[in-house]
Design a protein around this ligand. Structure first.
Ligand code: SAM
Length: 235
């Protein structure tokens, strides 16, 4: 069975859920002494964040929005030599390989600590899905490929993870051949990540206009500021 993981890091989710549970337990002790009701304050704050995070994990999860977003990106890939930057557990690269049997698909990722993704997981998912995808460890900020090595470059929710986002976009376009197609999904409209959004040839569209994003995925801190940028590399 394929095992795709959600985009939420467990290291960020678990502490908030534990703090919510502790605040709730503190409130329950209000039957002994009303001073315990002061726990209502942290409960409201942690509880709100917990609802957003747990709701997002559920909505993104298997068969949820992540799969639909990967299908959307894959539907814009014509085939050829395809690179997925930050391939995670391999879901997007494998979706492309399934839709375009003649494509040569490569996925790279740093698979750093804090993520529950790995190269082995990607390879196992590709094997179970019956497709061939080459997975390699590498950094999106300095790709180990020659110029113009790919016909298509895609990336989904990865650039914002990398410190120098401008380098990633430059690198992605460097390995794309002139006239080749790029499809990037990232919170490009979030000034916290992109004080200066990249200016690329082609179209820019809020993800929520292209895919049904139920609550809480439209929240600005979840996918509300995510754009899909797509176009052709100029010569
Ligand atoms: C939110 S996940 C998205 C995974 C995948 N693109 C997807 O759509 O399922 C972000 C990914 O960025 C990867 N990542 C973080 N820093 C990276 C870097 N410097 N180079 C390549 N990948 C990186 C992480 O390992 C993780 O797999």
């Amino acid at each position: 069975m394929v095992r795709y993981r959600t985009w939420l890091r467990p290291g960020r989710l678990y502490p908030i859920v534990v703090l919510t549970a502790l605040s709730l337990a503190g409130c329950a002790l209000g039957v002994l002494n009303r001073w315990f009701l002061l726990f209502l304050l942290p409960l409201s704050a942690f509880g709100y964040v917990s609802v957003i995070l747990l709701g997002s994990a559920y909505r993104l999860g298997p068969g949820g929005a992540q799969r639909r977003i990967h299908e959307l990106i894959a539907s814009q890939v014509p085939g050829g030599r395809v690179l997925d930057i930050g391939c995670g557990s391999g879901s997007l690269a494998i979706t492309i390989a399934r839709r375009c049997p003649d494509a040569t698909v490569t996925g790279i990722d740093s698979w750093g600590p804090g993520w529950h993704y790995s190269r082995q997981l990607c390879e196992e998912n590709a094997r179970v899905s019956g497709v061939t995808v080459r997975f390699e460890r590498g950094s999106g900020a300095a790709l180990d490929f020659p110029d113009a090595a790919f016909d298509v470059v895609v990336s989904c929710m990865t650039f914002h993870e990398i410190r120098d986002k401008a380098d990633c976009v430059r690198e992605a376009l460097r390995v794309l051949r002139p006239g080749g197609r790029f499809v990037f999904v990232d919170p490009f409209a979030d000034p916290a990540y992109y004080p200066t959004p990249p200016r690329l040839p082609g179209s820019s569209c809020p993800l929520g206009d292209l895919v049904d994003l139920p609550f809480p995925l439209r929240h600005p801190k979840v996918l509300g500021r995510v754009l899909l940028l797509a176009g052709l590399r100029e010569h």
